[in-house]
Design a protein around this ligand. Structure first.
Ligand SMILES: *Cc1c(COP(=O)(O)O)cnc(C)c1O
Length: 397
């Protein structure tokens, strides 16, 4: 029999969310997640995916996945440490280390899993973690899981970080202190101040941890935010995902060989969750080869991002201060923002509204994610729709 306590809990909370307009309805796609998507029979210009380079539908990746499925089947059959390590898992990890300019790398089933795995493999209740207040949910959860003291610093505020690093290290309360940050912050598209973070880390002897989910494939000609700043040998943990620019699914940690050796014997998702499927692994290897050998897709991503930004700005929209192709259009008022997104949908553009509590109150925005796969025509069409709705709603004069 179903629990009455659970029933009451669910009913009350679902109703509460719905009455406040916060219940998220999910739109299933009837097409691949490419530059044009189909939802409920309707074709839309897609400005919402993290498929930055268009690799999710790339023929070369699809072919590599097909071949691996033929050779190894659809599942790896066990966790990595029993006998779920296929030779292609090792090949992927070698490629990842080459891609990230580190001694070694370890692959996980997702970027989320990396943060569950890596932080608690090294940090415990006798340690402290300095965490940017806008860090991704999986970083926050990973920090909590470790049991370490979490000390939040103001977003990209280096004076605040320095003061808190000084206090934490001089208190003598902690065995180890780590600083942890996103490489690229996905709501505003701004980049972490890694050179300053490294400087502070060196001054106070901090462990450095950068989750570059939105930077890999995008910054540093594809190699990521750490490479962008020339700091490959200064960051202890480089986390990445295979699910965004790489176009597949999975995640990885890149760093020194001893670190990776340790994660292979101590990180729980590696030890207790079945490894990536052969198709995912082979497609990811192909994607990384493409990124190592050519900057063509990366160049196209930036061209499209810069084009969209320039045009939106000249129309008169507030596009914030993004330093990456992520392009917010800041509307402000939450209700207006959601209405704007709905009107875009009706007119043929799929771009999600992002409002409080994901971003601060009064900074509601439409987040646009241009990719290498968009054509100029698609972007122009989206811009025409933006202009029309902006005028209709009195956001543009
Ligand atoms: C998206 C994201 C993740 C999760 O990656 P998945 O591979 O989708 O699980 C982790 N960290 C950051 C910073 C992200 O943006």
């Amino acid at each position: 029999m179903a629990s009455k306590v659970l029933d009451d809990f669910l009913k009350q909370n679902l109703e509460d969310l719905k009455s406040r307009g916060l219940y998220n309805v999910i739109d299933p796609l009837e097409s691949p997640n490419g530059p044009i998507i189909k939802i409920a029979g309707k074709e839309l210009i897609n400005l919402s995916s993290n498929n930055y380079l268009g690799l999710a539908t790339d023929e070369r990746l699809k072919e590599a996945a097909h071949q691996a499925i033929e050779k190894f089947g659809v599942g790896a059959g066990a966790v990595r440490t029993i006998n779920g390590t296929l030779e292609i898992h090792i090949e992927l990890e070698k490629k990842l280390a080459e891609f990230k300019h580190t001694e070694a790398a370890i692959a996980y089933q997702s970027g989320f899993n990396c943060n569950m795995a890596a932080i608690s493999a090294v940090m415990d209740k006798n340690d402290a973690i300095l965490s940017d207040e806008l860090n991704h949910a999986s970083i926050i959860d990973g920090c909590r899981l470790s049991g370490a003291k979490i000390i939040r610093f103001k977003h990209s505020d280096m004076d605040d970080l320095r003061a808190k690093a000084k206090e934490a290290t001089e208190s003598g309360q902690y065995n180890k202190v780590m600083v942890i940050t996103d490489g690229v912050f996905s709501m505003d598209g701004d980049i972490a101040k890694l050179p300053e973070i490294v400087e502070i880390a060196e001054e106070f002897g901090l462990i450095t941890y950068v989750d570059d989910a939105h930077g890999s494939g995008v910054l540093g000609k594809g190699a990521g935010t750490v490479k962008h700043f020339g700091l490959s040998d200064k960051i202890d943990f480089q986390i990445g995902t295979l699910s965004k620019a790489i176009g597949v699914v999975g995640g990885y940690v890149a760093g020194k060989k001893e670190l990776i050796d340790w994660l292979k014997v101590r990180s729980r998702p590696f030890l207790f969750s079945t490894s990536l499927t052969p198709g995912d692994v082979a497609a990811s290897i192909k994607a990384i080869e493409i990124l190592i050998n050519s900057t063509e897709l990366n160049n196209r991503l930036w061209e499209n991002g810069n084009y969209l930004k320039k045009k939106l700005k000249s129309l008169g929209f507030d596009i914030g201060n993004s330093e990456t192709p992520i392009t917010p259009v800041i509307i402000g008022d939450e209700v207006k923002t959601q209405e704007f997104s709905k009107k875009l949908y009706e007119a043929g553009v799929y771009a999600k509204s992002i409002v409080f509590p994901t971003v601060p109150r009064g900074t509601g925005r439409i987040r646009n994610m241009p990719t290498a796969a968009h054509s100029k025509e698609m972007l122009d069409q989206a811009l025409t729709i933006y202009e029309k709705i902006g005028k209709e709603m009195g956001i543009l004069s």
